[in-house]
Design a protein around this ligand. Structure first.
Ligand SMILES: [Zn+2]
Length: 253
């Protein structure tokens, strides 16, 4: 409680009354934080462009026991992404990512891994906006992993045998991966290639993963999108709003 200083990625901001803004940020030290930026809508606001979505900032805020909203004291830009904010697809992706963070991460619960992952994905998108599909898959797989909804990708949930490279797996209703023998090939089939890519995400940074997966139109890329988005919809027990607009934006190209 009291004054908190931490890094944050600005996820969303919206108007509050005449002159203020509500800002939602994912912070490194304090998890998801909703704060009031007093006077942020005034022309000569001290916040300038620091509250724009995607911006990586150094944040100072006051926290009060039992109060959900914090009061922003100072916001200093560490890195801005003006070009991304002009890119409709990137904005859709960020809205979708924000939605997932807000759904999966409880407010005020520090999660440094989540912060680092989101920051890395925003940076990757900033450097290579064309690799948006691969970045989105990367984000989805890590979000599932960090929220505890990613099934074990390495071994059969029934017999415990490690899957070999390229082996197809069969997924039951509990989202457990099983080999062909244990499952008798019943359940949703995931190709060995899709599985290999999902495992790659666990070891690589987002740009490394994107660089190794340039064929965004390929059947395996599409399969992977179906897999991750279905896992997310099942974990949330609904389809995220942003998923629809993001898929739409991606398929309009
Ligand atoms: Zn088995």
């Amino acid at each position: 409680m009291g004054l908190v200083e931490t890094e944050a990625i600005i996820l969303r901001s919206y108007r509050l009354a005449e002159a203020d803004k509500i800002v939602i940020g994912l912070t490194k030290g304090a998890g998801v934080v909703r704060g009031v930026a007093h006077g942020a809508r005034r022309l000569k606001s001290k916040y300038g462009a620091s509250l724009e979505p995607f911006t990586h900032v150094a944040l100072q805020f006051y926290e009060k026991e039992g109060r959900e909203l914090v009061s922003l004291r100072q916001v200093e830009i560490l890195k801005s992404y003006f070009a991304l904010a002009q890119n409709t697809e990137a904005v859709h992706a960020l809205e979708y990512w924000s939605e997932l963070v807000l759904e999966f991460a409880p407010p005020h619960e520090p999660n440094e891994k989540l912060f680092r992952m989101v920051k890395a994905c925003v940076e990757a998108l900033g450097e290579e906006p064309a690799r948006i599909e691969a970045c989105a898959r990367y984000f989805e797989v890590w979000m599932l992993k960090l929220a505890g909804f990613l099934p074990d990708l390495r071994a059969c949930a029934v017999c415990g045998r490690s899957f070999t490279e390229g082996e197809s797996v069969y997924v039951n209703l509990e989202q457990r991966l099983r080999c062909a023998i244990c499952s008798k090939r019943a359940g949703e089939e995931w190709s060995g290639q899709a599985l290999t890519r999902m495992r790659m995400i666990r070891r690589l940074g987002p740009l490394e993963f994107a660089g190794a997966n340039l064929d965004k139109e390929s059947a395996v890329s599409q399969e992977m999108a179906r897999i991750t988005q279905r896992l997310i919809a099942r974990a949330l027990e609904r389809t995220p709003r942003g998923q629809a607009s993001f898929i739409l934006a991606a398929s309009e190209k």
